[in-house]
Ligand binder design. Structure first.
Ligand code: IPM
Ligand code: MG
Length: 356
C-alpha cells in the first residue's frame, strides 16, 4: 500500500535541505519505494501565510500521514512575535499533538570526517552513540509557566519541570529496548542531586532495569555527562534523558561527529509512527545561499525508511551513498577541510542520488 509522507519544510535553510532529502526519496521511488509526498506549512512560513505557526491542516495532514519529514523552523524575522505564535511553537505543538515522545538522536562519526571534529581524532574515531531524548514533557511543556509581575513591580519568569512516572517509564522502555539491540549499556542522565523530579526519574529507571537483565544501567548527573561527552565519548552506548537535557547534550554530541549538519533524528510515538528531522535549526544566516549541509536531513529520511517504512535495505543504501560521497571528498562548508572539494547544498544532494 502506498505510504503517505507529510513534508514540512519550514523556515531558513529548511526548504533547501528538505528538497535534497526529497530528491533522494524520489530516486528510491523510481526503484519501487511506494510513497506519496504531501506538502504542508509549519513555523514562520505558516505564520506568515495563516497567522499561526501550526495550522490545523498541517496537524490533520501529519496525523493521517504514515511519516513526516521536517526541515527546521524559526528565524530573526519572527523573534519579536509573542511566544505563543513563534515558529518554535509550531514544532513543539506538532511533537506534542502527535505524541512523539521518543526522540532518537544517533551521533555516529563517519571515519572520513574524523578530522572535521574539533576533538582529537583518537577521541572520536569509531564513535557510535544514541541519545534518547524525552520530547513531549518536562520543562518544555510543564505548567504553570510564564512571566508575572510581583507586588513590588518586579517581573518574575517561571517554568515548571514535571514528569509523571508513566512518562519516565515509557521513554525508559524505548531506551532499554534500543540498548538491548546495541551494546547493552544504558546511561540515564539526570540532576538527581538537586531536582526532585529527576530523583524520581532515577528511581523509575532503576526499577525498569529489573525487566532488562541484559542491559547494564548506569546513572550520571548532567553536568558530568556534558564533560564526559567531550572527554571520552566512546564510553557511552545509549543515553536517556529529559527533554531539556537531551536538547543540550545532543548539540554537544553533534560536534563530536564533525558538524551539527550531520545529525539526523527520529521522533516516535507509541506505535512507531514518526517525524524525521535534522537536529539542527533553521540557520537563517546561511539560508538561501545553497551552502547548508543537507546530509542530516538525508540521513533523517534514511531513519524514516528504517523505523517507519520498514525498508532497512533502502536505509542501508542511503547511508552507504552518504559514506560514498564523503569518500569522494565532497564537503559542504561546515565539514570542509583542506584538500577536499567544497560543494553546495544541491550538489551534495545530487551526489548522494548519483551514489545510490
Ligand atoms: C531541537 C531544537 C528545538 C528544541 C527548538 C527549535 C524548539 O533545538 O530540536 O533540538 O529545543 O527542541
Ligand atoms: Mg536543540
Amino acid at each position: 500500500m502506498t505510504k503517505k509522507i507529510a513534508v514540512l519544510a519550514g523556515d531558513g535553510i529548511g526548504p533547501e535541505i528538505v528538497a535534497e532529502a526529497v530528491k533522494v526519496l524520489q530516486a528510491l521511488k523510481k526503484d519501487g519505494l511506494d510513497i506519496e509526498l504531501e506538502y504542508g506549512l509549519i513555523g514562520g512560513a505558516a505564520y506568515d501565510e495563516t497567522g499561526t505557526p501550526l495550522p490545523d491542516e498541517t496537524v490533520a495532514m501529519s496525523k493521517s500521514a504514515d511519516a513526516i519529514l521536517l526541515g527546521a523552523v524559526g528565524g530573526y524575522k519572527w523573534e519579536s512575535l509573542d511566544i505563543s505564535v513563534r515558529p518554535e511553537k509550531g514544532l513543539l505543538g506538532i511533537r506534542s499533538q502527535l505524541n512523539l515522545f521518543a526522540n532518537l538522536r544517533p551521533a555516529i562519526l563517519y571515519p572520513q570526517l574524523a578530522d572535521a571534529s574539533t576533538l582529537k581524532s583518537e577521541v572520536v574515531a569509531g564513535l557510535d552513540l544514541m541519545i534518547v531524548r524525552e520530547l513531549t514533557g518536562g520543562i518544555y511543556f510543564g505548567q504553570p509557566r510564564g512571566v508575572r509581575t510581583l507586588d513590588n513591580g518586579e517581573k518574575e519568569g517561571f517554568n515548571t519541570l514535571v514528569y509523571r512516572e508513566s512518562e519516565i517509564r515509557r521513554i525508559g522502555k524505548v531506551a532499554f529496548d534500543i540498548a538491548q539491540k546495541r551494546q547493552g549499556r544504558l546511561c540515564s542522565v539526570d540532576k538527581a542531586n538537586v531536582l526532585e523530579c529527576t530523583e524520581l526519574w532515577r528511581e523509575t529507571m532503576t526499577e525498569l532495569a529489573s525487566d532488562y537483565e541484559d542491559v547494564e544501567l548506569s546513572h550520571m548527573y548532567v553536568d558530568n555527562a556534558a564533560m564526559q561527552l567531550v572527554r571520552a565519548p566512546k564510553q557511552f552506548d545509549v543515553m536517556v534523558t529529559t527533554n531539556m537535557f537531551g536538547d543540550i547534550l545532543s548539540d554537544c554530541a553533534s560536534m563530536l561527529t564533525g558538524s551539527i549538519g550531520m545529525l539526523p533524528s527520529a521522533s516516535l510515538d507509541e506505535d512507531g509512527k514518526g517525524m524525521y528531522e535534522p537536529i539542527h535549526g533553521s540557520a537563517p544566516d546561511i539560508a538561501g545561499k545553497n551552502s547548508a549541509n543537507p546530509l542530516a536531513t538525508i540521513l533523517s529520511a534514511s531513519m524514516m525508511l528504517r523505523y517507519t517504512l520498514d525498508e532497512p535495505a533502502l536505509a542501508d543504501r542511503v547511508e552507504n551513498a552518504v559514506s560514498k560521497v564523503l569518500d569522494q571528498g565532497l564537503r559542504t562548508a561546515d565539514i570542509y577541510s583542506e584538500g577536499m572539494t567544497k560543494v553546495g547544498t544541491s550538489e551534495m544532494g545530487d551526489a548522494v542520488v548519483a551514489a545510490l
